[in-house]
Structures are given as C-alpha cells and as structure tokens.
Write a protein that binds this ligand. Structure first.
Ligand code: DOR
Ligand code: ZN
Length: 468
C-alpha cells in the first residue's frame, strides 16, 4: 500500500490544535509535522523522514489535500449494535461499518445482543469469522454475561472479547442478568480477566413492576416514562458502582441519561471505584417533549428524559464525570416500530453517521471545543478499552485512522443521506454545520469526498487486559 500524506490541514488532538501534515506508512502514523512558523512555500514529503523503499526506489505516496479542513483522530464508538448475526435485516457488518466510516467513526465496539447472543467462546469466534472481510472500519466484539454463563467468561476473554456487557434491565434480546448474589461472583470473574465491564444500568424488577402497574397510562411518552421510574436506573447505577469499588472490576456505565446518575458516578469516582461512564447524542440533544413530538420512533432505552437531565449530562462531560460520548447505534426498521405502542415498540435509533456532524454543529454553537470532541469520542474511549497508543490520537505509532471534516459546510440531513439499513434518526431534517469529507483507516482512504471509496479492510481488535 502507498504511503498517505495528509497535507495542509489543521490537526486536532485532545491536547492541541495546530496547522500540520501527517504521514502514514504501513498503516501507522510515521510522522506529524507542525507547519507553525514554516516558510510559506514549505514542502514536506516522505523523503524528509529519510527513508526509501528497498532497492532505493521512492515509495509511492498518496496525497490527501486537507487545505481548509480539520484533521481529527477517527472516532472510537464503544457502543454499536450491528445485529450480525441473526437480525441482519436491521443491519449487518457491511452496512453498519460503511455508515460508521461515512460518519468519521473508524473503530466500533459491537454489542453482544445478537442472535445467538455472544455468550460463549464458540459464538464469539463465529461472529469474528462472519465479520472478517466485511467491515469498512476496525471492530471489537463484546461478550455478554447471562444468568448461567459465568464459567464461560474466562474463555471468552481468551478468545478476544473486547470487554463484557451486562444488561440489568429488559431490552432488545431480553438477555437476563444473574441476580445480585451471583453478580458479586461475576464481577470477581471479570476482574480476573482485566477487561472492562459495560453495564446497562436499569433495574429489571423496578421496570417489570411498574410496567404492569402503569401499562394503561403508557399511551403517550410521559406515561411511558412513568413505567421506567428514575429509581430503576439510579439503583442499578449505584449497585454497579459499589461492586466496581468492592471487586476492582473496571465498570463502564453505558448510556447515562439522568442528572442524579451523574452525581452517583462522580461520588463513586471520589471513593476510588474504577468506574467510567458514557452518554449518547439522544440524551445530549433531545428532551421528553421532542420524543412526544417525534413519536414512537424515538423510543430508546434508557429513555430520553427532561431538559434538566440534558443540562447535567453536558455538565458531567465538562467536569470529567462522564468520560465518553458513544452512539448506542441501535437500528430497527421503521415498519418494526411505527404503529406500535410505546411499550411494545422495539427500542433504539441509529447514530454512527450523525454523531460527528451533530457534535461539530455544537462546536460551532460554542457548546464544546474540537479538542473536547476528540477527548470524548476518540482518545478517552480508546484508552478505556485498551486501545490507547493505537487508536484515538494523532502521533507517531498510532494507526493512521483520521477523519477530515469541513466546518464551513451547512447541510440538511435527508433519509437518503444515511447508509444504515435503518433510517430511524431523530436528526432527519436537522441542518448541520460540519461535514465529514474524508476518512482513513490505517492509512487507507475509505471515504473520499463523502463517498465510500474502498473495499472492506477493517480488522478485528482483540481485547487488551489492563490493570485498573
Ligand atoms: O434503545 C436501546 N436499543 N437500548 C438498548 O439497551 C438496546 C438497544 C438495542 O439493541 O436495540
Ligand atoms: Zn446499546
């Protein structure tokens, strides 16, 4: 493969922003050059790093003109549901990873509530084999903890799981978690694998009880919210944090949606519990009033709440309590949701293609900086999942995963702009300020001028055990 020279853009990492060039060789960043203070006619080429191909021939170099563009590390989305195998009418590795690349996401971690669930090493190996040769971006695969697979957890870790997922509440796939007694044991087993444990923190008992009691009220969004009392998410979050502190398991709380959950997580971090947390664009951009207006297509779990929650989630990101923004890309076809009741409709919306444009738009509005965007969507998620030094940064040695964005283009999202098999996005009709122009994965240009430009070359990222 030729070298890639990304020339003349503004490079943004979590730490700094500067005019510069990036050279990628054999898939990895070989050099990053600051143009600050360089003469106007400065030219920099692969020869300047003093290497040539065997035999003395100059290596071929592909130049990607980044003039007027910002060059960010590709996004690392630690929460996607690509539905493959078992629900490939909703999404598959090819469609999901194509949408990811077009959204500037170069690494995805795929959730295990596929069919069959990734509850054994054999199923994990089978899923990895299915993904091979079909993904446009790099991917990790989660393993799930069920009521009766504790003995399988070490084997799934050895087989390459990127981490574990625990569904404490009922959601797509309805995979039941062990009770709290056995969960104490499960956390110890996970601690032994030194992989992170992602927790869907909603309490099944609270939800099932109030769904029965209040089913008749769930005819609108506010009635539906009453079937999932805030206490359910908060008690599950608190218990998961307690067990993280007591067992040393690295717990990552998925899709935080409540103001008080931010406070619980802040306190857990203060005790020294090894807890990290994520929130997702729907919780940062929508409120219950929007869901009431959008209808049942906007159902996700946990549900979108009030404006005060949205505000506290942003504060939680800014004060470091929340570490990550991930998409929870959860495709279902429109016809599977439309016409159903709030209780019966499947939960989930897509997100891999719109997270970056939505956040860039927020950057333009002054809600966050580009460096914070990189921190929350790329550097920090890579670090939490053992991919630091490889993903999430622009420095020599890292993979050549880059997204080049244009902050000056305004565009309005239409269903046909989306490449997922589901078009269920709350952002349809939204005018974004900021567009993905090019995406590279390990130095290969996968998206060029907003179009898919490569065959699938994504690779499987095996889990990296880490100390807490
Ligand atoms: O809205 C959701 N959709 N929340 C989940 O926890 C699961 C996901 C899905 O897989 O559909
Ligand atoms: Zn999810």
């Amino acid at each position: 493969m030729s070298d890639l020279w990304v020339r003349g853009g503004t490079i943004v990492t979590a730490r700094e922003t500067f005019p510069g060039d990036v050279l990628v060789r054999d898939g990895r960043i070989a050099a990053v050059v600051h143009r600050d203070g360089a003469p106007a006619d400065f030219q920099w080429g692969p020869e300047s790093i003093g290497e040539s191909a065997p035999g003395g021939a100059r290596r071929p170099v592909r130049v990607l003109d980044a003039t007027g563009l910002y060059v960010l590390p590709g996004l690392v989305d630690v929460h996607v549901h690509f539905r493959d195998p078992g629900m490939t009418h909703k999404e598959d590795f090819a469609s999901g990873t194509a949408a990811a690349a077009l959204g500037g996401v170069t690494t995805v971690l795929d959730m295990p509530n596929t069919v069959p669930p990734v509850a054994s090493a054999a199923v994990l190996a089978d899923k990895a084999e299915r993904a091979a040769g079909r993904a446009f971006v790099d991917y990790g695969l989660y393993a799930v903890i069920t009521e009766d697979n504790l003995a399988e957890l070490p084997a799934m870790a050895a087989a390459g799981a990127i981490g574990f997922k625990l569904f404490l509440g009922p959601t797509t796939g309805d995979i039941r978690a062990p009770g709290w007694g056995r969960l104490m044991e499960a956390f110890d087993v996970v601690a032994g694998t030194r992989l992170p444990l992602v927790v869907h923190a909603e309490d099944r008992d609270v939800i099932e009880y109030w769904q029965r009691r209040r089913a008749a009220e769930a005819s609108d969004y506010f009635g539906f919210l009453n079937t999932r009392p805030r206490f359910g998410e908060l008690s599950a979050t608190l218990s998961a944090c307690l067990l993280a502190g007591m067992t040393g398991t690295r717990v990552h709380i998925a899709h935080v949606s409540l103001a008080e959950a931010v406070d619980l997580i802040r306190e857990a971090k203060e005790w020294g519990a090894p807890v990290t947390a994520e929130t997702c664009p729907p919780y940062l951009f929508l409120t219950a009033d929007d869901c009431q207006r959008l209808g049942v297509l906007s159902k996700i779990l946990p549900p979108v709440r009030e404006r005060r929650d949205l505000e506290r989630l942003w504060e939680g990101l800014h004060d470091g309590t929340l570490d990550v923004i991930a998409t929870d890309h959860a495709p279902h076809l429109d016809e599977e949701k439309r016409g159903k009741s709030w209780l019966d409709a499947p939960a989930g919306m897509i997100g891999v293609e719109t997270m970056l444009p939505a956040l860039l738009t927020e950057v333009r509005r002054g809600g966050l900086t580009l460096q914070q965007l990189v921190e929350w969507t790329s550097r920090r998620p890579a670090e939490i999942f053992g991919l630091g030094g490889k993903k999430g940064d622009i420095r020599p040695g890292c993979d050549g995963d880059l997204v080049l964005v244009d902050l000056d283009t305004q565009w309005t999202l239409r269903p046909d702009d989306l490449h997922s098999k589901s078009r269920n996005s709350p952002f349809i009709g939204t005018t974004f300020a900021g567009k993905v122009v090019h995406t590279t994965v390990r130095g290969r240009v996968v998206v060029e001028n907003g179009e898919l430009a490569s065959h699938p070359t994504g690779v499987w990222l095996r889990g990296q055990p880490q100390e807490s």
